[in-house]
Design a protein around this ligand. Structure first.
Ligand code: GLP
Length: 241
């Protein structure tokens, strides 16, 4: 696992360029995508690059990490809506090639199909991740087994509080989500994680200074052969210099 400490703009540029290179080298590549504010700068740069004909998503397939249970894809806080609104509606991708796990009628049994679909497509070439303030990745909360596949999760109170800013009140934040598991994520050939802002500093310190443990889900990335963690100066502020 490599750590790169850069300013936010540079992080967005480097990660967007990595996506563009990956797609240009393999036009039918499989991308693993994330929601949240962390990847937004990258998505904006990808939209720009597509409009300038520097990259085409025509043959690309995408799989998203997670979705809230109970939210229909048209709900403005669903992750399907987020992806359409922030990326898919503005690039030349075929929406049939974009997958976000369904938040409706999902069981642990049907959730496993998601891993099979990814495998059938050839596996994820490049996965982008954010990080929760408690060290979660996707919606794998502390305590999630390192060998977990796609499953239904109960959201931590701290995660619901963090994400309440997007809803009218915390009561509206779903209590459950469907999420790719830690083992599902680890199958990606290459992983990049973006951690920006002071709220991520504690988790980044624990990641850099601690061992691999299910109490800090992000730490599993230490076992990945090609994972890069992009940290801005605020998120790196608690690291020993
Ligand atoms: C949610 C998502 C995660 C994301 C995290 C951080 O919990 N399920 O995939 O990494 O939020 O969000 P943000 O990037 O807005 O800080």
């Amino acid at each position: 696992m490599e750590i790169k400490i850069l300013d936010t703009q540079k992080i967005d540029e480097e990660v967007a360029n990595l996506f563009i290179e990956t797609i240009n080298n393999k036009p039918n590549c499989i991308l693993g995508l994330a929601t949240g504010s962390s990847p937004l700068g990258v998505y904006a740069l990808l939209v720009k690059a597509c409009k300038e004909n520097k990259v085409s998503f025509k043959q690309v397939k995408t799989f998203n990490l997670d979705e809230y249970v109970g939210l229909d894809g048209n709900h403005n806080q669903s992750y399907r809506y987020f992806m359409n609104h922030n990326l898919f509606d503005h690039i030349d991708i075929d929406k049939n090639n974009t997958r976000v796990p369904s938040g409706l009628n999902m069981t642990n049994e049907t959730a496993k199909q998601y891993d099979k679909e990814i495998e059938k497509a050839g596996g994820i070439d490049l996965q982008i991740l954010g990080i929760g303030s408690n060290g979660h990745i996707a919606f794998n909360e502390p305590g999630t087994p390192l060998d977990s596949l796609t499953h239904i999760v109960t959201l931590d109170e701290s995660t619901r509080k963090d994400n309440a800013r997007f809803f009218n009140s915390i009561d509206e934040v779903p209590t459950h989500a469907v999420s790719m598991g830690l083992a599902s994520i680890m199958k990606a050939k290459k992983i990049v994680l973006i951690a920006t802002g002071p709220k991520k500093a504690k988790a980044i310190k624990a990641l850099v200074e601690g061992d691999v443990t299910s109490s800090l889900p992000v730490s599993v990335l230490k076992n990945h052969p090609d994972a890069t963690i992009y940290v801005d100066f605020e998120a790196a502020s608690l690291l020993n210099k």
